[in-house]
Design a protein around this ligand. Structure first.
Ligand SMILES: [Fe+2]
Length: 249
């Protein structure tokens, strides 16, 4: 069985995966000039058009909010959202746009949660991320604040944190605590390296993912997804109960 499943995992699927099945993308950096994603409105439009071509009907754009690098506020983000929506309308691209944020866990995040200053989407979801180098301290107090303030936290790209790669049980602990798990589609292509790819495949094989996202910063990211559309792991995502399509509407 192990041999057969290994064989399957290296084989290409016959049909390219249809990304329109997700309906909505909930993690991207498409708003221009406010983080390490789109640098100009033209780049924003180029990426949004490509998503539309791939069959996405809704994009929830999530710029970084990071005290040391990207001091974005809800006002800055929503102003950029208005700008991009107007431009998308001018071009006649039929796609729904929303914005929230990708909150980096730094010393300011807990205060933002207590002040109810965080941008949400869908069912009061908040997307948050950790540092890649080292597991942060005081995770339990962060998760407590999310809970007591009525938010539903989504941990971004779980497979990309190297400190969890040798601890597969950790994710079950998160999920048992009501934390939703998001995986980057690019992780399945090897884009972030073999360790991340292996973890991403583990998450798919064990149905440990609640949402998938593009985490698109540049148009190349979408081209990589298209070029890898025959990766059988994209097809396996069809068997999971993902929340992406619940975000449409
Ligand atoms: Fe991101």
């Amino acid at each position: 069985m192990g041999f057969l499943s290994n064989l399957f995992s290296t084989k290409q699927a016959k049909e390219p995966f249809d990304f329109s099945l997700f309906g909505a993308d909930m993690h991207s950096h498409l708003l221009p000039g406010i983080d390490d994603g789109a640098k100009s409105i033209d780049q924003s439009i180029g990426m949004i058009y490509k998503f539309h071509e791939m069959g996405y009907r809704k994009l929830i754009m999530t710029p970084h909010i990071m005290e040391d690098f990207y001091k974005n506020t809800p006002e800055i983000i929503l102003e950029k959202l208005d700008l991009v929506r107007e431009e998308v309308k001018k071009y006649g691209i039929d796609i729904e746009l929303e914005a929230a944020a990708e909150y980096y866990f730094d010393e300011t995040l807990v205060q933002k949660i207590k002040n109810k200053e965080v941008l949400t989407f869908g069912d009061n979801y908040v997307l948050f991320e950790y540092a890649f180098g080292q597991e942060p301290q005081q995770i339990s107090s962060l998760l407590f604040e999310f809970k007591v303030n009525g938010y539903k936290p989504i941990l971004a790209h779980y497979e990309r944190y190297p400190y969890y790669h040798n601890n597969p049980e950790k994710i079950r602990e998160y999920r048992d605590n009501g934390i939703l798990i998001q995986m980057n589609l690019l992780s399945l292509t090897g884009h972030y390296g073999p360790g991340v790819e292996k973890m991403a495949k583990y998450l798919v094989d064990n149905a440990l993912i609640d949402l998938v996202g593009s985490d698109c910063h540049r148009i190349e990211h979408l081209q990589i997804l298209e070029n890898n559309a025959k990766n059988p792991y994209f097809h396996k995502l069809k068997d999971l109960k993902l929340l992406n399509s619940s975000l449409l509407g």
